[in-house]
Design a protein around this ligand. Structure first.
Ligand SMILES: [Zn+2]
Ligand SMILES: [Zn+2]
Length: 274
């Protein structure tokens, strides 16, 4: 198996004392979860209380996530669910963010395929605002805004793919080039309640979306929007290729110029995943 002598995520170097969770044999593992060596939050910092973990997605130094089988990606979703469950048992934890940076300009400091789980004792203000908007939509219309969006996007030119469990589309008025949204059709609020069939469908489409982004030659970020114990929320994943740099207009005015329409992005992905 390809290894790099200096890589801290390669099996020969991984810090066994920092291990939080291992999938597979200790020596011959498939996934290795460790504490983040340079955390922004920690359980012994009262001013920035939280946890930060790294999920090493493969022992292979050179393989990207989308090089792996759907089965392997499904297992990664199992790891996300397991860690979210364990971390959220701490009653002080309010928010668990799962994310991945792939490629230097997407913020990844290490090449070896990994993602991160970042948990804090407060819901970030931006998400608090979002959750209030979701609640006021529900008060007004009696339904979940995301369930309504799913019903609408199924029939739109922004649809990329769907099966009975999962839907994938390019969001209306996307702010990033080739942005993708993946949601379970069932109204659930976090990854711990995804069932096996949903995870399989999720892995199927995620692998293909990441392959397509790879073909564009772009780095990317993805993250899950999840709120534990807020049944009004609807779990979703956003995948954001980092093809554009926000410049003066975006930074100065907050007006975002995206030269790729979501309809064109969806058509690109539909071709790619055929
Ligand atoms: Zn490595
Ligand atoms: Zn919903």
């Amino acid at each position: 198996m390809p290894v790099s002598e200096n890589c801290v995520f390669c099996p020969i170097n991984v810090n066994k004392e920092q291990a939080e969770h291992i999938v597979g044999d200790k020596k011959n593992w498939e996934f290795y979860v460790i504490k983040n060596k340079f955390p922004a939050v920690s359980l012994d910092n009262p001013k920035a209380y939280g946890t930060q973990e790294v999920v090493i997605e493969t022992p292979d130094h050179n393989k990207h996530l989308d090089d792996h089988s759907e089965e392997h990606i499904k297992k990664l979703l199992d790891v996300y669910a397991k860690r979210t469950e364990v971390i959220s048992k701490n009653p002080r934890i309010e928010y668990v963010l799962i994310f991945k940076n792939d490629g230097g300009s997407a913020g990844a400091s290490l090449q070896h395929s990994h993602s991160q789980i970042f948990a804090t004792e407060f819901l970030p203000p931006h998400l608090f605002d979002k959750s209030q908007k979701t609640q006021s939509y529900k008060l007004k219309y009696g339904t979940c805004v995301f369930c309504d969006v799913i019903a609408k996007e199924r029939k739109s030119p922004r649809l990329i793919w769907e099966d009975k469990n999962i839907i994938c589309f390019a969001p209306y008025a996307s702010i990033h080039n080739y942005e993708v949204c993946i949601l379970p059709k069932r109204h659930i609020d976090n990854v711990t309640v995804l069932n096996d069939a949903e995870k399989k469908s999720f892995a199927y489409i995620l692998k293909r979306v990441l392959n397509a982004i790879d073909n564009l030659g772009l780095p990317y970020n993805y993250y899950f929007h999840q709120v534990i114990n807020d049944e009004d929320q609807h779990l979703y994943m956003k995948v954001i290729p980092r093809g554009s740099v926000w410049a003066g207009v975006e930074i100065g005015s907050g007006l975002i110029i995206n030269p790729i329409s979501p309809e064109d992005a969806a058509s690109f992905y539909r071709e790619e995943i055929k």
